[in-house]
Design a protein around this ligand. Structure first.
Ligand code: PMP
Length: 299
């Protein structure tokens, strides 16, 4: 397992900065017992100017608040104080290219009744390759995404991630790099921790919102595609049409934009190097470090 902290690591805990090895959590927390907490996955980068820049912090902390509110968790923090705290934890840990993980959690409570307060910590760790750099061999999971009628599926709630863990473990046990989950109707939904797009005849297609996490990277891909003049369609996607795609990729804060080699051992029609998906990947990589690039796409 990766090492996320050591004896010098500092984390932000309810308004103070403490050593990770000395930070205390309540073993009676409702979050630990029932998966009742919400979190974010955010990234900071060393920009081309050498500065530390958190990518889309407003969007991430707004989603954290929305996730907490969706789960009826009291939320008392402003985006600005949490953004400031994130930069401070990065500084105290001497990190620029990092992963930032805020978690909002519940007090001791073994019942299911609502709490009157919540707590927060923010951890940072050096960014390690999430899915690697090579093209992914993806497997359609036997696990579907949680039913939106049973969960607040647009919230980034800890408990939902048991589903992600099961799907990811299954894919790896079957010799694949990552899982693709369908929604409760059997349409393509998303990866365990990333959204997906596929490319066909110079256009991009992606599952509509409703049964997936509304990814911030997904929204960034829309922005990039618009700037590059690439049409994007949101729709219900079947496994059969995905197998006819020219290319496909996952996108997420940790994964960034990462291409697929195959889905269920069916290779994509185009060489990755000739795809607009690869251009999207390059544009994303430039954007997060605030590098200006000018991409053109042939019609
Ligand atoms: N779907 C799921 C299930 C995720 O966990 C993530 C990662 N947060 C994403 C999609 C991608 O979201 P984002 O681009 O905001 O990181």
């Amino acid at each position: 397992m990766a090492s996320y902290y050591n004896e010098n690591t500092i984390l932000y805990l309810n308004g103070t900065y403490v050593k990770a090895t000395e930070a205390k959590m309540d073993y009676y927390s409702q979050s630990l017992h029932y998966g009742y907490s919400v979190f974010e996955g955010i990234r900071s980068y060393k920009t081309v100017n050498g500065e530390t820049s958190i990518f889309k912090p407003e969007e991430h902390f707004t989603r954290l608040k929305n996730s907490a509110e969706a789960l009826n968790m009291p939320y008392t923090w402003t985006n600005q104080e949490l953004i400031d705290a994130s930069y401070e934890v990065l500084k105290r840990n001497n990190l620029q290219d990092a992963y930032i993980r805020p978690v909002v959690y519940a007090p001791a409570n073994m019942s299911f009744v609502q709490n009157t307060e919540s707590f927060i910590f923010i951890e940072v760790w050096p960014m390690l390759p999430f899915l690697g750099e090579k093209l992914l061999r993806v497997m359609t999971s036997s696990f579907q995404r949680p039913n939106p009628k049973g969960f607040k599926i647009t919230a980034k709630a800890a408990g939902h991630y048991v589903n992600s863990i099961l799907a990811s473990q299954e894919a790896k046990a079957n010799g694949f790099d990552e899982a693709l989950l369908t929604d409760m109707l059997g349409f393509v939904a998303e990866g365990p921790g990333a959204n997906m797009f596929y490319e066909k005849d110079g256009a991009l297609l992606t599952p509509s919102l409703g049964n997936i996490l509304p990814g911030i990277t997904r929204a960034t891909v829309f922005e990039i595609a618009e700037e590059m003049g690439i049409p994007v369609t949101e729709k219900q996607i079947t496994s059969e049409e995905l197998k006819q795609a020219d290319a496909a990729f996952f996108c997420g804060t940790a994964a960034e934009v990462i291409g697929w080699e195959s889905i269920d051992n069916v290779s994509f029609k185009k060489n990755w190097n000739d795809t607009i998906s690869k251009k999207i990947k390059e544009a994303y990589a430039a954007r997060v470090i605030e590098m200006e690039i000018h991409q053109t796409v042939e019609a």
